[in-house]
Every structure is written in structure tokens, then in C-alpha cells.
Design a protein. Structure first.
Length: 214
């Protein structure tokens, strides 16, 4: 009698944008019949975006379209296809919304377990229970294509380092730097020795809104 040690159950891809995808395809009709093939068109819906996930993700509820050709070969089932998806994210400089249209190809050979060559066990993707699971393949394909530092446009000027406004809205805006003469005048308003409560506040106001011209 063997006793299995209690296993810790890990939630696969918790919080992952693709966590609920099901792209498993039953290929019992193709297995062991080299030369036979089938095309499958499928779609998966995105869950809630992962705030710690990649910069570009599917919008919640949006779908990715997957078209895949399944070909039975001697060693297993060879799959190749395309994934179409519109990813959304924020410009890495100005935080404006950014879209990225992806149409990417993928392919993989799902090997019959008895066809795996010695030494290749690590990299082999196995065909188990006549099921081809495209989820990791499609997810990785999207992840590779997705921009890591998306930009609304190549020369996006970003945000003003001083006030945070979008430089594009007002490319010439400047921040008034009070020059030495003005600073000296300000010193006159706040007389030394009277720097209790209200006086300090008045000084702060004068600093914030200097009336340059009259
Ligand atoms: Zn931008
Ligand atoms: Zn500014």
C-alpha cells in the first residue's frame, strides 16, 4: 500500500488575463492516422486585466480569435495557426490609451509519448489523452508580440516633469522661475520677527502666485 504525500494545490495562473481560457481540442479522430488533418476556429474571452501583468493585455471581455490547422504526422499531431487579438494598454510616457493589433503565427508538435527521443524529454510537448491544449502556446505567442513599453507614437513628448501635464497639450509651456530680484522683493514682504502663523501663510501665497506685471 502506497501513500501519497498531501499535495499543495496551486491555482494555475491566478489573476492571469488568460487564466480561464480553454483551448483544449480533442484530436482522437486524428491520432494514429498520419495524413489526416482538420481546421479548428475558436475564440477565447479575456478575464479581468492583471494589474501586475504585461503592459499590453486584452481588454476585459474582449476576445482573441484562434485559427489552427491540426495535422496528424507519424510522431504526433503538428499544430500551426494564427491568433488575432486587439491589445490595450497605456503609453509608457504619457499614459494615453494605446492599442496594438496582433496577428501572430504559432506552431508546435505534440508528440506521442512513445515517440519522445532520449534526452529530449525536457523540451517535448506531449500529446496526452488525445488532447491538444493550445492555451500556453497562444498565451506565449501573444506575450512575445505584445509591446513591453508601448508608445502612443514614436516621438511622444510625455509628461512635464514639473507639473505632470501632457506636453502635447501645451508644448511651449514653462514654469516661472522666480529670479533673484523678485526673490529680494519677496523678502521685504515678510519682515523678520513676525513670522508667526498668518504671516507665514501670506508668504506662501506670494510664492505661489507672483504678480509679475501690473
Ligand atoms: Zn504618449
Ligand atoms: Zn509643466
Amino acid at each position: 500500500m502506497t501513500q501519497q504525500p498531501p499535495q499543495t494545490t496551486s491555482t494555475p495562473n491566478a489573476g492571469d488575463n488568460a487564466g480561464t481560457w480553454d483551448l483544449s481540442i480533442d484530436v482522437a479522430d486524428l491520432a494514429g492516422r498520419p495524413g489526416s488533418h482538420r481546421r479548428v476556429e475558436s475564440a477565447v474571452q479575456a478575464g479581468a486585466p492583471d494589474p501586475h501583468g504585461p503592459a499590453m493585455q486584452l481588454a476585459s471581455g474582449d476576445q482573441a480569435d484562434v485559427t489552427v490547422d491540426l495535422e496528424s504526422v507519424v510522431e504526433g499531431i503538428y499544430v500551426h495557426g494564427t491568433v488575432d487579438a486587439d491589445l490595450v494598454g497605456e503609453c509608457s510616457r504619457c499614459l494615453d490609451p494605446v492599442e496594438q493589433v496582433i496577428q501572430a503565427r504559432f506552431d508546435e508538435l505534440f508528440l506521442y509519448p512513445n515517440k519522445v527521443r532520449r534526452g529530449e524529454e525536457q523540451d517535448a510537448v506531449l500529446l496526452e489523452d488525445d488532447q491538444v491544449d493550445l492555451t500556453p502556446l497562444v498565451r506565449d505567442t501573444l506575450a512575445i508580440e505584445a509591446d513591453e513599453r508601448p508608445l502612443c507614437r514614436e516621438d511622444c513628448p510625455g509628461l512635464c516633469p514639473q507639473c505632470g501635464m501632457r506636453m502635447e497639450d501645451d508644448p511651449d509651456h514653462e514654469h516661472v522661475v522666480i529670479d533673484d530680484r523678485w526673490a529680494a522683493l519677496q523678502g521685504l514682504f515678510s519682515e523678520p520677527g513676525t513670522t508667526d502663523g498668518p504671516e507665514t501663510e501670506a508668504t506662501a501665497d506670494a510664492t505661489a502666485e507672483p504678480e509679475v506685471e501690473r
